[in-house]
Design a protein around this ligand. Structure first.
Ligand code: PEP
Length: 241
């Protein structure tokens, strides 16, 4: 049985005032029949860790353990702050910071060395989708940004079509099925969990649950409030047969 995971990505949102929401989500996570992870802004990881027992993650890390890298944060620092997870290769990092597959792969290695579980994001842009390049893009991203050594314990893949992130658009269920199966066939360990991400909300989560290669979700906007995140957890927590 593959790991079933619902992860929230708070992106650049949240201050100490939002720790109450973290506490609400943590309370629900205790009884969920799946793993629930909240990937918080780095500034909130230690205060959240002092407050709750749930799984916490960061949203990026540097490939080096320490050094002259102003504004960056290392995997060890995330771990020290109380994180057990980190999102790497998110399309917003690839777009805003020009992260290449090779740089993402180096970060994955660093995260593993620090004992973090990686949520590795891959996905095609709208232009690539329209050009029919989705599978080629995904094959290249898996080959280029996932180093050898991935196991179900240290890595989860998140398929996030860039055009579906924050837009309210989602691929058709059969497209998600086809894409996830394609990704799984390219993994050295097919037992890795593959999450779907991109405009997941309470209304479409149940639909995802029925898809055979979808092992959970990576949720952006809807993870910011318990009233939208908890129904997603409820919809996705039970594994398909
Ligand atoms: C994300 O950016 O990881 C994401 C899935 O965002 P949203 O759910 O808001 O589309």
């Amino acid at each position: 049985m593959r790991r079933r995971i619902v992860a929230g990505n708070w992106k650049m949102n949240g201050t100490v005032a939002d720790l109450a929401t973290v506490a609400e989500i943590s309370a629900a996570a205790k009884t969920a029949a799946c793993e629930v992870v909240l990937c918080l802004p780095a500034t909130l990881i230690r205060p959240a860790r002092n407050l709750v027992g749930m799984e916490l993650g960061g949203q990026d890390c540097h490939a080096r353990a320490a050094g002259a890298h102003t504004g960056d944060i290392s995997a060890q620092m995330l771990r020290n702050a109380g994180a057990g997870w980190v999102i790497l290769g998110h399309s917003e990092r690839r777009r805003d910071h020009g992260e290449s597959d090779a740089q993402v792969a180096a970060k994955v290695q660093a995260a593993w060395e620090a004992g973090l579980t990686v949520i590795l994001c891959i996905g095609e842009t709208e232009a690539q989708y329209r050009a029919g390049e989705t599978l080629d893009v995904l094959a290249a991203q898996v080959a280029g940004s996932l180093p050898e050594g991935a196991t179900p314990a240290n890595t989860v893949i998140a398929y996030e079509p860039v055009w579906a992130i924050g837009t309210g658009l989602t691929p058709a269920p059969e497209e998600v099925t086809r894409t996830h199966a394609f990704i799984r066939a390219r993994l050295s360990d097919p037992a890795l969990s593959i999450l779907y991400g991109g405009s997941v909300g309470p209304a479409n989560a149940a639909l995802l649950r029925a898809l055979p290669d979808v092992d959970g979700a990576l949720v952006g906007g809807a993870s910011l409030a318990s009233k939208t995140f908890l129904p997603i957890i409820n919809a996705l927590e039970i594994a398909h047969a």
